[in-house]
Design a binder for this molecule. Structure first.
Ligand code: C5P
Length: 232
């Protein structure tokens, strides 16, 4: 059941879904990753605050760790994040969490941007870059980084082959989509999807790439958290 924010968000064209329902087991803390402390506030506060202040964003839905919907709403209220329309309980996988948040998006929405709470250092310039391909007719856009290391395919601890890295990139979030296309993608089987773009690709959507940002590092371990904190 979604917790409604007391916020005064006007329904608008561009919605952001924050996937924040991960357990964060590898961080080794006593609460979900979205509530790990970054600086002096929960990790989730960083992206929430940045999205609230971004003029490109009209409304926000948070997929919270199950049982943490109310603390998430309270956090949004503390931050005066009036664009937060709802905090829903996330699901067992990232895709299921995004699906739960997507169900709260208004029928009139034109663009849906999906972001990981685990990538707190969200720069508005990335959002600006993502919206360009959508205006040009693409179904979606993702920020990517070139792969620096040589990549090997391995079987049973032995190198099977070296992969040509020229055509390979690492995809980050936020990822932006035309709302009808994302809805169509999420109406299908979500099995095995590690990002939203892969589901849009499965329904034949054209997804453009834009320059990513090294500071959009995904916090997985305590070392990542310390590194992101040093960049705050
Ligand atoms: O687990 P991982 O860090 O790869 O998750 C990426 C993002 O997806 C995180 O922001 C996490 O909170 C979110 N997630 C979710 N629901 C899940 C698993 C992950 O919203 N069941």
């Amino acid at each position: 059941m979604a917790q409604r924010s007391g916020g005064s968000a006007e329904v608008g064209a561009t919605w952001v879904l924050i996937a924040a329902a991960g357990s964060g087991e590898r961080l080794g803390i006593d609460r979900p990753k979205a509530f790990a402390v970054l600086g002096e506030r929960p990790l989730l506060a960083e992206s929430l605050d940045r999205l609230e202040r971004c003029e490109l964003v009209d409304a926000i839905v948070v997929a919270a760790p199950p049982g943490w919907e109310e603390p998430s709403i309270l956090l949004a209220e503390e931050l005066a994040a009036s664009k937060v329309v709802a905090c829903v309980a996330g699901g067992a996988t990232r895709a299921e969490s995004v699906a739960a948040a997507l169900a709260e998006v208004d029928e009139q929405a034109l663009v849906v941007i999906v972001h990981d709470a685990a990538r707190p250092l969200l720069d508005e310039a990335v959002l600006e870059r993502l919206l360009v391909p959508l205006a040009e007719g693409f179904d979606g856009a993702v920020p990517v980084l070139a792969v620096a290391d040589t990549l090997k395919r391995v079987r049973d601890g032995v190198v099977f082959e070296t992969v040509d890295r020229e055509a390979l990139v690492a995809a980050q979030t936020p990822q932006a989509f035309l709302a009808p296309t994302l809805r169509r993608a999420f109406a299908r089987d979500l099995e095995g999807a590690t990002d939203c773009a892969s589901l849009v690709e499965r329904v034949g959507g054209r997804v453009a790439v834009v320059d990513g940002d090294k500071k959009l590092l995904k916090v997985t371990t305590a070392d990542d958290l310390a590194l992101v904190e040093s960049w705050l």
